[in-house]
Design a binder for this molecule. Structure first.
Ligand code: CYT
Length: 421
């Protein structure tokens, strides 16, 4: 054997064996193109021109790769019911009322079909982790919950789903709901969700939600303060309950649209209190824009809590989908690139640093809010989504389309790039 042949053979022998190598990706905080090697569902190596023996190899041709979008707040159970509801006023009260009527007619199969169709859309838009709320009360029974549990199982190959057992229509005036939530938490719900403003006794609602959370040792996610009136607030009670129950880091609040009505000094005071309490915030731009400010004939306020300003005050923040095609939001497709774009545009952002923060609020920061892992690093699960863009700011600015996704090293979808013919 020649010396050259021996050298080639020894190099071959020492080559790392992997299942898949993705070549020529752009990733955050890394100049130039990199390869990502994957073995047994985990990232084995990240580097330029990795030399390895791969069962499969794919050229990403300079696409941006990251661990995927995280939808920290979505309602799969009541999505896509436009034809069953009428929207006249476009207010929160109407949305709750119309959805309650429709919900009484939901069957498990109906919820499963609508939710799984939306989950498939979310997956193809690059979302591989989500927290879904599921309404559990005398109207929905346990049917929506049973359906969403099946969805979680059937799509586990592509997406990790947390189920939040949610008391949308209050608790204290409908005593059956409490026992039903308890049952859901015993049979697979991951956390509990409250909505103090729909309860006749908001303080007692918050107390009971925390009692159930502690009983099952689960996190809490409240729908909170859905108005433009800062004086109308359940936030101080939630902050106090978080402290008393030792729940710092385990509570999220969603919407809190009245934060959009505070002047910068007041926002700074409230924001610091939220941060100090260890409470995270999810902002839901599509719903908040649709439902807020109906009382205004002109100069209609946007009604979106300023997530960037709150993040600067130390609040853990996320931006999420909320509702899709129902009386809360008669729009939507579960695309978080599009939602990030909507938020950034409405909030009048322009600088790269601000836009990159928005990208993190549908990715790394949304993962931090919901407690999911989210790390493109050696030894971590190979959860990877690629998009047709060079960097996070371009993704948000252009609402860039996804190209492909892998979950634990398994390819879960492709969305081939459009081509002009
Ligand atoms: N109370 C709620 C506000 C917004 N969206 C919902 O689904 N629920």
């Amino acid at each position: 054997m020649t010396r050259a042949a021996m050298a080639a053979l020894s190099e071959y022998r020492f080559q790392m064996k992997v299942d898949l190598v993705l070549r020529n990706a752009l990733i955050a905080r890394h100049p130039g193109l990199v390869d990502i090697a994957i073995r047994d569902g985990l990232i084995a190596e990240i580097g330029s021109r990795i030399s390895c023996e791969a069962v499969e190899e794919e050229d990403l041709e300079g696409a941006f790769a990251f661990p995927g979008f995280v939808d920290s707040h979505i309602h799969l159970d009541k999505a896509c019911i436009m034809e069953r509801c009428s929207i006249c006023a476009g207010t929160l009260e109407e949305a709750v009322r119309e959805t309650a009527k429709a919900k009484a007619g939901f069957s498990e199969d109906d919820v499963y079909k609508r939710a799984s169709a939306l989950v498939e859309k979310a997956i193809m838009h690059g979302t591989n982790r989500m927290r879904t709320f599921v309404e559990i009360d005398p109207r929905a029974g346990m049917r929506s919950f049973e359906a969403i549990r099946r969805v979680r199982e059937d799509y586990a190959f592509a997406i990790d789903i947390q189920i939040c057992a949610f008391a949308q229509e209050g608790l204290t005036h409908e005593p059956e709901t409490e026992a039903m939530l308890d049952e859901a938490l015993r049979s697979g719900a991951d956390l509990i969700g409250g909505c103090p403003y729909t309860d006749t006794d908001a303080t007692e609602h918050v107390r009971r939600i925390f009692a159930l959370a502690r009983k099952h040792d689960v996190d809490v996610d409240f729908h909170l303060d859905f108005s433009l009136d800062p004086a109308k607030t359940d936030l101080p009670g939630v902050i106090e309950a978080t402290r008393k129950n030792g729940y710092a880091g385990r509570v999220t609040i969603g919407h809190v649209t009245n934060l959009s009505a505070l002047d910068p000094a007041a926002l700074s005071t409230v924001g610091k209190k939220i941060a100090e309490a260890g409470i995270a915030l999810t902002v839901l731009p599509a719903t908040d824009l649709f439902l807020m400010g109906r009382q205004y004939g002109s100069n209609v306020p946007r009604g979106i809590a300023p997530a960037n300003a709150l993040a600067a005050l130390g609040v853990k923040t996320a931006i999420a989908t909320n509702n899709v095609l129902n009386p809360f939001t008669p729009f939507g497709d579960a695309s978080l690139a599009r939602m990030a774009n909507l938020y950034a545009n409405v909030m009048q952002l322009s600088r790269d640093a601000d836009i990159e923060l928005v990208f993190d609020m549908v990715g790394a920061k949304a993962a931090a809010v919901t407690g999911f892992r989210h790390d493109l690093a050696v030894g971590q699960p190979a959860d990877i989504v690629t998009l047709d863009a060079a960097n996070p700011s371009e993704i948000v600015r252009s609402s860039a389309p996804t190209l492909a996704g892998w979950k634990r090293g398994r390819k879960t979808f492709v969305r081939p790039k459009a081509r002009l013919l």
